[in-house]
Design a protein around this ligand. Structure first.
Ligand SMILES: Nc1ncnc2c1ncn2[C@@H]1O[C@H](COP(=O)(O)OP(=O)(O)OP(=O)(O)O)[C@@H](O)[C@H]1O
Length: 351
């Protein structure tokens, strides 16, 4: 178990990281400059926090009160950076061997060859990083890190420098590798889709603070506040009055519309903000049932390959929905209905 609770000032930027993580993959998600990389750098021992603790499986890496600060090289943490940071003047073999240069020669050779095989780098041993594809560079960087058998693996946006068309293949490869690793992995990304695909749990950061941590499904279903909902990609928000409870749901009202919403938020106020994710809106040609089905007008469409972004107007609400196989011609004069399951509507405090 990784336990982190520390504060650190970097000039005018105040970082306050507090979370824990079991042997699982934790996705760290947040806007640019919110403190994701600095959090990992403090855990890795590249910067000492001003105060607090960093503990892995009971071993204290840092404890300001006890004046413990284990040097980075003795923490046995594997850190893979955005650009992989391979040594350009070393071959794939030597890059990987670098991590275990203290082992005796024959053991080191055996281990390096084992990793070259495992990471499907056979044939690349003598190549230099500049002669490798993005995937081969990633696998070399991971091999160099994993060969040290790190007790914690930190990945800082491992796909940020990679073309979209190879990204999905690399994601699948990395997922295989980290599943086999079976330790604690912290995975920084600013892409919610990527966090959802790669991770078990998600930690949301904003303005130097950890604002929500939980199972990825719970974080999506029940964001703790408007920032968390926005950071996890929600685009539809509107003010509502909470007018009561019905059929096991909260009953919301917006401009005469009565809307049923899940009861996940326990701290209800009279006036709140409701949120609906784009992919949770179902577009209908005719009304089906009466709960949470509303008449609307299609006012704009941005056509995409796998889905279209459809803009719907319902009274004063302008909502965007992601609809697959959308055909405007199926809707007479753009008139339509939309349905949202009450489970997919959440409420958060107003800003
Ligand atoms: N060594 C440093 N000294 C002082 N300030 C720093 C240092 N490194 C980063 N910062 C500042 O601290 C803030 C957080 O930086 P950090 O790199 O952790 O952001 P991030 O969330 O990883 O962002 P991104 O997604 O853009 O990589 C930023 O405002 C950055 O300018």
């Amino acid at each position: 178990m990784l336990e982190v609770s520390f504060e650190k000032k970097f000039g005018s930027f105040a970082l306050k990281s507090s979370f824990c993580c079991d042997k699982e993959v934790l996705g760290i998600l947040g806007p640019s400059g919110c403190g994701k990389s600095l959090t990992l750098k403090c855990i890795a021992g590249l910067f000492p926090p001003d105060r607090g603790i960093i503990k892995l499986d009971g071993r204290e890496f840092f404890n300001s009160e006890k004046k413990i600060n284990i040097p980075s090289r003795n923490r046995n943490i594997g850190f893979v950076f955005q650009n992989y940071a391979l040594f350009p003047h070393l071959t794939v073999y030597d890059n990987i061997a670098y991590g275990i240069k203290d082992l005796d020669k024959s053991k080191r050779h055996e281990k390096v060859m084992d990793f070259i095989k495992k990471m499907q780098l056979t044939g690349c041993e003598k190549k230099y990083p500049s002669q490798l594809s993005g995937g081969q560079q990633q696998r070399t960087a991971l091999a160099r890190t994993l060969i040290k058998e790190p007790s914690l693996l930190l990945l800082d946006e491992p796909f940020s420098a990679i073309d979209t068309h190879v990204k999905s293949m690399l994601k699948a490869e990395l997922l295989e590798i980290i599943k086999k690793y079976q330790g604690t992995v912290l995975f920084i990304t600013h892409d919610i889709e990527e966090a959802y695909e790669m991770c078990d749990k998600i930690l949301i950061m904003n303005g130097g603070q950890c604002i929500q941590r939980g199972d990825k499904r719970d974080v999506i279903k029940s964001p703790v506040n408007l920032d968390s909902a926005r950071i996890t990609g929600c685009k539809n928000f509107f003010d509502v009055d909470i007018v009561g409870e019905r059929k096991g749901y909260n009953l919301l009202q917006h401009n005469g519309l009565l809307i049923y919403a899940n009861k996940n938020n326990k701290t209800l106020k009279e006036k709140m903000t409701a949120g609906i994710r784009q992919h949770d809106i179902k577009l209908l040609k005719e009304a089906e049932g009466d709960m949470n089905t509303f008449e609307c007008e299609i006012v704009d469409v941005i056509e995409g390959i796998s889905y279209s972004t459809v803009f719907l107007r319902c009274k004063d609400l302008l909502l965007q929905a992601e609809i697959s196989n959308f055909k405007y011609s199926e809707y007479e004069n753009g008139k339509a209905f939309f349905y949202i399951s009450p489970e997919d509507i959440f409420v958060v405090s107003k800003e």
